[in-house]
Design a protein around this ligand. Structure first.
Ligand code: BEZ
Length: 222
C-alpha cells in the first residue's frame, strides 16, 4: 500500500550497482523491452518533466546535438516523460521545425508512470505528476553505474554527463579511479595498495606522481 503521509517512501529507488529494472514501453521509435535493448552497449536513460516546456527543450536539444559523442562512446540514448506518444511526436516535430534539431533517439511515453516509478524518477515531494530530471548510466551488463537526479527547475550539464560516462568507461578499462574534475588525457588515480608488498612496490615506482603512498597518479598509455 502506498504511504500517502510520507510520499518520499512511496516508490523504490534504484541504486548504483543494481541491475537496471526491466520494462516494456512504447517509444517514439516503437516498442522496446529494456533487457533486450542495445546489447553490448552502454545506455544513458534520462527523464524530463514535460514535453513543450522550455528547460526540457534545451536539454533534449543538447542530447540530440551531442548524440555523435554518445555514439563514439558506444552508448545509446533513451528519453522518458509522463506524456503521450502523440505529445512526444508533436514536440519532436515542433522542435525540428523551429530549430532544425531532431531528437533521433527513443523517447518513452510513460503515461502510466510505470517506468518513472521503477527508476525513482517520480519524486512526489518535487512533483506527483512529472518526472524529475534523472540520468541513469547503465553498462553493457545492464548494471546501473551512476545516477543523477536534478529538480524540475535546474537543467543538467551535458559536458558533465559525457565526462562522467567517459570516466566510467576509462575507469573500467584501466582499473583506475578518477580524481576531481578528471577529463580524458589527464592523469588517473592508481588504486591504493592492499598489502605491504604492494605498498613497497609503489614507494619504489618512480613513474608515479605521488602525494603519499595512498594517493598516487599515473598517465594512461592509451
Ligand atoms: C521546463 O522544462 O521548463 C520545466 C518543466 C517543468 C517544470 C518546470 C520547468
Amino acid at each position: 500500500m502506498e504511504n500517502t503521509q510520507n510520499p518520499q517512501q512511496a516508490y523504490a529507488m534504484p541504486r548504483i550497482g543494481d541491475t537496471a529494472p526491466d520494462f516494456e514501453a512504447l517509444t517514439t521509435k516503437g516498442k522496446i523491452k529494456f533487457s533486450d535493448y542495445a546489447p553490448g552497449k552502454w545506455v544513458v536513460m534520462f527523464s524530463h518533466p514535460a514535453d513543450f516546456t522550455p528547460v526540457c527543450t534545451t536539454e533534449m536539444s543538447g542530447f540530440a546535438q551531442r548524440k555523435g559523442e554518445f555514439d563514439a562512446l558506444n552508448t545509446e540514448l533513451i528519453g522518458l516523460s509522463i506524456d503521450s506518444i502523440h505529445a512526444h511526436l508533436g514536440w519532436v516535430q515542433n522542435v525540428r521545425e523551429n530549430t532544425g534539431i531532431y531528437f533521433d533517439f527513443p523517447i518513452i511515453a510513460d503515461l502510466d508512470m510505470k517506468v518513472a516509478k521503477l527508476y525513482g524518477m517520480l519524486q512526489p515531494n518535487e512533483s506527483e505528476t512529472a518526472a524529475v530530471r534523472a540520468v541513469f548510466f547503465i553498462d553493457p551488463d545492464k548494471k546501473i553505474r551512476l545516477i543523477m537526479y536534478y529538480p524540475l527547475n535546474v537543467g543538467r550539464n551535458m559536458d558533465e554527463i559525457l565526462r562522467a560516462l567517459d570516466a566510467l568507461q576509462v575507469s573500467d578499462k584501466h582499473r583506475v579511479a578518477m580524481p576531481l574534475d578528471w577529463k580524458r588525457g589527464e592523469k588517473v588515480i592508481v588504486p591504493p595498495p592492499k598489502s605491504l608488498d604492494e605498498l613497497n612496490a609503489r614507494l619504489a615506482d618512480q613513474t608515479l606522481e605521488k602525494v603519499d603512498w595512498y594517493l598516487a597518479k599515473k598517465e594512461l598509455q592509451n
